[in-house]
Design a protein around this ligand. Sequence first.
Ligand SMILES: C[S@@+](CC[C@H](N)C(=O)[O-])C[C@H]1O[C@@H](n2cnc3c(N)ncnc32)[C@H](O)[C@@H]1O
Length: 306
Amino acid sequence: MLVSSENYLTVQSHYAGTLAAHYSWMFGGYNARLQQNRALLAMHLPRHPTSPQEPPHPSLQQQQQQQPPSSTSASPSPSLSLLPLAIDLGCGPGFQTIPLLEAGFRVLAVDASKGMLDELDAERIALNIDPTLITAVQDDMLNFRASVADATAATVVCMGDSPTHLASLHEVKQIIDDAFAVLAPGGGTLMLQFRDLTRPLEGTDRFVPVRSDNMTVFTCFLEWEIERDAAKTPPVEPDGSGRRVKVHDLVHVKKGNSTWELCKSWYHKLAMSTDWVARALTDAGFAQVRVAEPQHGMQLVIGIKA
Ligand SMILES: C[S@@+](CC[C@H](N)C(=O)[O-])C[C@H]1O[C@@H](n2cnc3c(N)ncnc32)[C@H](O)[C@@H]1O
């Protein structure tokens, strides 16, 4: 596998070492977050998704993971090639993948984290969803275009803050340009959802309580990096887009003998404004670009291909 994003390996080890084990819990459990995303996607997905008339791209078929059979019998799937294709970049445990499958798409789901993909597979099995409808790939999302023929996808989503995990605005532009290329004309839709980190927090406000219960206390510390060497770091836009934020996750977990263990690790996120993202979508060629109402502190920018 070719690693393209400069952040890929740090993100992968951060999720493996700290975040994947607590990710769904952070949102009040899997079902609560899934329900939010079902509602969000129902509002914004293309109503009559484009159905590509050709069979799936050969490389997409090759990449299909051997999925274990469902524990109970899944309902028979309609002919795969007639279903519209959705691509979920940075799919995590499937908070968008599952609603996309339920809405009648076949899904290419890409993520760096094996733990997250394992959780997605467990949820798919629990929900009795036909395994042939999903191609789950552990890969760098920047490589997805190699798996999909141009002008064949009904929708590309990169949501739940996945865009900010990329290392630079240049990498975000690559995702936007590649999404434009693979989307079918006449309504192909790109959805990017992210936290706007362009306004730095100061002092103790940088310590953000994420969630706690009697067994776990999750705190996040955010550090906006100063540009030290302009020649080495990509330029930052006047509105703060492009600035790197070092995100430290601090998780206290209660042990059996009533002591607490601290698990800590960090990764980088990228600041970007809705204005910058909307402009990048317009520059890529999207005919309609819309900024939706923010939900749960996240911005959503949607582009529709003419
Ligand atoms: C904040 S989570 C979002 C997951 C999911 N979309 C959601 O709504 O919860 C970000 C996900 O992106 C993945 N990720 C980050 N950088 C990536 C990259 N370059 N390629 C593939 N996956 C990546 C992480 O492993 C993680 O699962």
